[in-house]
Write a protein that binds this ligand. Sequence first.
Ligand code: ADP
Ligand code: MG
Length: 240
Amino acid sequence: MITVKNLHKTFGKTEVLKGIDYHVEKGEKIVIVGPSGSGKSTFLRCMNLLETPTSGEIWFDGKLITDPKTDINKVREHMGMVFQNFNLFNNLTIMDNIILAPTKLKLMNKEEAQETALNLLKRVNLTEKADAYPSQLSGGQRQRIAIVRSLAMNPKVMLFDEPTSALDPEMVGEVLDVMKELADSGMTMVVVTHEMGFAKEVGSKVLFVDEGIIMEENTPEEFFNHPKNPRLQDFLSKVL
Ligand code: ADP
Ligand code: MG
């Protein structure tokens, strides 16, 4: 689904990504953990070209998307992304937030988009919020809406950048539950998170990104029970 080859990213004089190679198979749930500032967000944002790699290749669904000829907007239609801070449009109702992209891009007419939106709202138990505005929702509800808004585009992969980090603790669970349900439905997912329970339970692989490289990659069992790299051992001793 996604292949990353020798990815480098430099901001000014700082080399943030120092050569990342990785391959995400269809249906996999890749969880990325690591210290703050290590390049996790940059790595994720390079996957859908929200950041332009300095060098290296990104392949998505058989296409070399780092090729300058690629229509990146077209590619992004198939890659959902959920951020820490929801990024909903505050001046639009929940319904209008969800139908905006599919109708604007003429993937669906308004009726079809609304029907899809209602089904998605049902899936996250927020049907009654269709006509509310984002400010009338809790953080956890807003993030569940941000997730289904991405799903309305019927993406092939979902990228999550610390989707629960901005939430009050009591709301983390409801968002993780939606993500687990999505994982069970077969979605290909790449998730940057500090939720180690989620990584253990849902991850098909867990990656430790530190200092701009993938320092360790393993199944959740091995990753958490037998970490090899001393920096991962140290990281886990602080977060577990
Ligand atoms: P993480 O998500 O692991 O916390 P990031 O990928 O956000 O790390 O950031 C890695 C490093 O790159 C940090 O030192 C950060 O300051 C720097 N960085 C990220 N984005 C930019 C940017 N747009 N311009 C300059 N520096 C950036
Ligand atoms: Mg980050």
